[in-house]
Design a protein around this ligand. Structure first.
Ligand code: RIB
Length: 311
């Protein structure tokens, strides 16, 4: 039986307010949307939920606001079996929220208001040190202050814990601060923003990965949506094709990839297989509406994986 990995996510928790519409209003215009969905989101929380649904033991370090959404977010973690003892309510601050707009193609546009996520500080990482030290893997994103991200990367390195960074949403960073990472996992636009090389196809992604590796990052895994993913390290690069899906909402697919990848890797799957499984897990998440609620549990996922690998 595979090892049950223990994964800590130091990151964001939002509430997603998703509007589905064929088109979006111009300035000064009011139009009718087709549908609305309210759900728990945030890149950190989504990655934690994906890891949990894939079977990992998951520990979340986050901050929420003292509004309706804060306590509900904590309850959602607890309901899913995620340890939320280090998810605290911050007085006088709103929870993170994300108005999301989804077109009929499934493509999304997101505005994140960070709210309480922006109050997660290095001291909060210290406060969670005991449990973080017991993790096999720490997962980070960019919806919390960068100083906290950098601090946590150093913490992971000093304690010999695998560390995965999803640089989303893209921001200007000091690449030297992230050189100690085990995995840097951007999508095309994040890779482009940080690597400074345009990424429109697999060949571009290879050039961008080369630049990122040259900057001192050890392993780069660029997610390319329907083009799959590119895995790059000092030994070379491998392109992993995607699995075809009829996508209705791609929101959170990157988070599904990262949470599942951390779990499969932590269970001991070879890196290439872990990334291919994560490709499928992310693809499946685009066939449902919303973020966390579109994620498959392990049993359903294994059914799909078996059908694809044996078929
Ligand atoms: O990656 C998708 C997530 O981005 C959404 O859940 C939203 O909250 C934003 O953080």
């Amino acid at each position: 039986m595979a090892k049950c990995p223990r994964i800590a996510v130091v990151g964001s928790a939002n509430v997603d307010l998703t509007t589905f519409s064929d088109r979006f209003p111009k300035a000064g215009e009011t139009i009718f949307g087709d549908r609305f969905d309210l759900g728990f989101g945030g890149k950190g929380a989504n990655q934690a939920v994906a890891a949990r649904l894939c079977g990992a033991e998951v520990f979340m370090v986050a901050r929420v606001g003292d509004d309706l959404f804060g306590p509900a977010t904590i309850k959602n973690f607890e309901k899913l079996g995620i340890d939320a003892s280090q998810v605290k309510v911050v007085r006088g601050v709103s929870s993170g929220v994300a108005p999301i707009f989804v077109e009929s193609s499934g493509q999304n546009r997101i505005i994140v208001v960070k709210g309480a996520n922006d109050t997660l500080r290095p001291a909060d990482v210290d406060a969670a040190a005991a449990v973080l030290k017991s993790a096999d893997c720490i997962v980070l994103q960019f919806e919390i202050p960068l100083e906290t991200v950098y601090y946590t990367i150093r913490f992971a390195r000093e304690n010999g814990i695998r560390c995965i960074l999803n640089p989303a949403p893209a921001q200007e960073i000091d690449v030297r601060e992230i050189a100690d990472l085990d995995y840097f996992v951007p999508n095309e636009s994040e890779a482009e923003a940080i690597g400074g090389v345009p990424v429109r196809n697999v060949e571009d992604a290879k050039r961008c990965a080369e630049k990122l590796l040259g900057g001192g990052i050890r392993r780069v895994l660029i997610t390319l949506g329907e083009k799959g993913a590119l895995l790059a390290g000092s030994e070379g690069m491998q392109h992993l094709p995607a699995y075809f899906m009829k996508s209705v909402d791609s929101t959170g697919a990157g988070d599904a990839f990262i949470g599942s990848f951390a779990t499969f890797l932590g269970e001991g799957a070879p890196e290439r297989e872990a990334a291919m499984r994560a490709n499928l897990y992310a693809g499946l998440s685009t066939t449902g509406v919303g973020t966390q609620k579109s994620f498959y549990d392990r049993e359903r996922f294994e059914g799909e994986w078996a059908a694809i690998t044996k078929g």
